[in-house]
Design a protein around this ligand. Structure first.
Ligand code: ZN
Length: 252
């Protein structure tokens, strides 16, 4: 008989799973608030309608479920055959009927949740490989999903904002983004000040830095390339006099 509760007993992992499940529920709520006709509307991502976002989130759950199956069985099942296949899935998914699109989201989310629930405690440490080629323990799949559901719920552009995202998720997102900049070397001379956490990140040793400040939610929204509201900036690349905030470096 299949267990109805998580196999892992690791409290940290259970907390992470809760964050992913809450994010999925949040995305579901925002999706359900949209009428079928509104699915045709633009998302916050250039060139993508809300249909594309929904198709992407559905296929993302399937892809992550493949990694969990890989961890469970030891049989290599990659997220996607290739990035071209992934992109095609999204484009094709976006053409589905509204009911099929909603089913894709619902069923894939349930399936992923079952895979997580039934993964034995030790198998969570098995190594799998992401589409970027990173070798990670299966525990990482929880974060991979968490950031997708929370952020793309905002991208649906029907009322969700970065302020709806729990602070621990925002903090980890910011760490990811700044890490990606650092890997690419695009963070030189850039300092991030999170005003409501008294946190300073980035190129803090730079002599003449561009300092971008704001509350956590606004900073992450800016860093993720999704707007500048709530942000102030000083230093090179800004116009201190009129408060122009530079665009954040790309991160994905
Ligand atoms: Zn995504």
């Amino acid at each position: 008989m299949v267990a109805r509760h998580d196999q892992t007993t690791d409290p940290e992992l259970l907390a992470a799973l809760l964050q992913a499940r809450r994010g999925t529920a949040f995305f579901a709520r925002k999706l359900n608030e949209l009428t079928d006709a509104e699915l045709d509307g633009d998302s916050l991502l250039p060139g993508w309608t809300r249909r594309h976002i929904t198709a992407h989130i559905g296929h993302n759950a399937r892809a992550i479920a493949r990694l969990v199956e890989w961890a469970a069985t030891g049989v290599e099942t990659p997220m996607y055959a290739s990035t071209a296949v992934r992109d095609h899935e999204i484009d094709f998914g976006a053409t589905l009927s509204p009911i099929a699109l909603r089913h894709l989201f619902d069923h894939s989310a349930v399936h992923l949740n079952v895979e997580w629930r039934d993964l034995p405690g030790d198998a969570w440490h098995h190594t799998v490989r992401t589409i970027q080629g990173r070798e990670v323990p299966a525990t990482e799949t929880v974060w991979m999903r968490t950031r997708e559901v929370w952020m793309h719920a905002v991208d649906l552009d029907n009322g969700a904002s970065f302020r709806d995202i729990p602070a621990p998720v925002l903090e980890r997102l910011l760490t990811d983004i700044i890490g990606a900049w650092h890997t690419r070397g695009t963070d030189a001379g850039l300092v991030i000040k999170v005003t409501d956490q008294e946190l300073t990140l980035g190129d803090t040793t730079a002599e003449s830095a561009t300092v971008v400040s704001g509350p956590l939610a606004a900073v992450v929204q800016w860093a993720a390339g999704r707007g500048r509201s709530g942000i102030t900036a000083t230093g090179p690349g800004t116009e201190t006099t009129n408060g122009t905030v530079p665009a954040a470096p790309k991160w994905i």
